[in-house]
Design a binder for this molecule. Structure first.
Ligand SMILES: NC(=O)c1ccc[n+]([C@@H]2O[C@H](COP(=O)([O-])OP(=O)(O)OC[C@H]3O[C@@H](n4cnc5c(N)ncnc54)[C@H](O)[C@@H]3O)[C@@H](O)[C@H]2O)c1
Ligand SMILES: O=C(O)[C@H]1O[C@H](OP(=O)(O)OP(=O)(O)OC[C@H]2O[C@@H](n3ccc(=O)[nH]c3=O)[C@H](O)[C@@H]2O)[C@H](O)[C@@H](O)[C@@H]1O
Length: 346
């Protein structure tokens, strides 16, 4: 086990952050907080935007290239005076004046991030560099949505933030997991070298309404399959585990991290751990008891186990998840039924 005893506070800097734009101190400037959400048209991003827009002091700017996200996820905010939506690819520079940057832009489903791996790594590396450059120019605080995939196929279980991980640097998942690891490195280098205020969330598998129906991730696959009366495809061996966090809990954790005092990295996830066979059985029981469960081939480098240690999130952010898998699945089922036009039997 590679253990990092210097993780956390010792790696931070005492350098002052760059000054915010002079506009902040202008007597005509409204007291609103201007918040940029990259990848805000995606699954987690659009829920985050909903929550941020509830606060009348917030102005929200979303940039997205719509690779896996869609305007539909933000339709209720389009035209709102405190909301702006920009078609933009984060691998290109962006000039906006903001106080906070939630940097989510990156395809998250393995099917999509493996589709164009070179683009995925550019998004993670060049995209994060561009957002850090922006943060430096305007004195904004920036939060990166990193991932439990930085732990790779973990040899330590459950995973604390101090674990350095077990990642294949040349595998088919590396564009994503090594990409996020470099993104974390860039965040800390900008923090130490330029005093940028950074926050890093290591997100564990998150699910909920608005996931793409054909997203390819396991929860959306199983729910869509159950509703279409198609076999639930459990990839071998079926004993691999994941810990699933409902999206409203995730958004709450991200906002607490952004507004708190700690750089992270901090794991944000639900420690309830399930094998993929258990997940399939639960979906079958709750949504379609008649559906078949079918075993299919897995993909290379699939992590065998994953469960977050969330002591840091609890102690430093006062955060822990509230929604169990059994409570969250029916909420997602409702949304999928509406979108698939699948009425409830009985
Ligand atoms: N959902 C999860 O379980 C999970 C777990 C760990 C980390 N994360 C991270 O959280 C973030 C959001 O994940 P999600 O589940 O909402 O995924 P998603 O695919 O629904 O959202 C990603 C968004 O980023 C946009 N995007 C992709 N590349 C871009 C680019 N180059 N320029 C501009 N926009 C771009 C997409 O169009 C999409 O709207 C990602 O950074 C992901 O790595 C998610
Ligand atoms: O939370 C994380 O940190 C990462 O988790 C996921 O990656 P992964 O856990 O591999 O997500 P899935 O594709 O949903 O796979 C989960 C498990 O379900 C299995 N699976 C998937 C799909 C399916 O139809 N059947 C099935 O059994 C896979 O073999 C895997 O073991 C996300 O897609 C990443 O964006 C995210 O960063």
């Amino acid at each position: 086990m590679a253990n990092n005893s210097s993780n956390g506070v010792h790696q931070t800097t005492t350098k002052s952050p760059p000054l915010p734009s002079p506009l902040r101190f202008s007597k005509f400037f409204q007291s609103n907080m201007r918040i940029l959400v990259t990848g805000g048209a995606g699954f987690i991003g659009s829920h985050l935007v909903d929550r941020l827009m509830e606060n009348e002091k917030n102005e929200v700017i979303v940039v997205d290239n719509y690779f896996t996200g869609s305007k539909d996820n933000l339709k209720k905010w389009i035209g709102h005076p405190r909301f702006e939506l920009i078609r933009h690819d984060v691998t290109e520079t962006l000039l906006v004046e903001v106080d906070r940057i939630y940097h989510l832009a990156c395809p998250a489903s393995p099917i999509f991030y493996k589709y164009n791996p070179v683009k995925t790594i550019k998004t993670n590396v060049i995209g994060t560099l561009n957002m850090l450059g922006l943060a430096k120019r305007v004195g904004a605080r920036i939060l990166l949505t990193s991932t439990s995939e930085v732990y790779g196929d973990p040899l330590v279980h459950p995973q604390p933030e101090s674990y350095w991980g077990n990642v294949n640097p040349i595998g088919v998942r590396s564009c994503y997991d090594e990409g996020k690891r470099v993104a974390e490195t860039l965040m800390f280098d900008y923090h130490r070298q330029h005093g940028i205020e950074i926050r890093i969330a290591r997100i564990f598998n998150t699910y909920g309404p608005r996931m793409n129906i054909d997203d390819g991730r396991v929860v959306s696959n199983f729910i869509a399959q159950a509703l279409r009366d198609e076999p639930l495809t459990v990839q071998n061996p079926g004993t691999q585990t994941r810990s699933f966090c409902y999206v409203s809990d995730m958004v709450d954790g991200l906002i607490r991290l952004m507004e708190g005092e700690h750089t992270g990295p901090i794991n944000i996830g639900n420690p309830g751990e399930f094998t993929m066979l258990e997940l399939a059985e639960t979906v079958k029981e709750l949504i379609n008891p008649g559906v078949e469960i079918k075993r299919v081939e897995n993909t290379p480098d699939d992590p065998r186990q994953r469960k977050p240690v969330i002591t840091k999130a609890k102690e430093l952010l006062g955060w822990e998840p509230k929604i169990t898998l059994r409570e969250g699945l029916p909420l997602m089922e409702e949304d999928f039924r509406l979108r698939l036009g699948a009425a409830k039997k009985n």
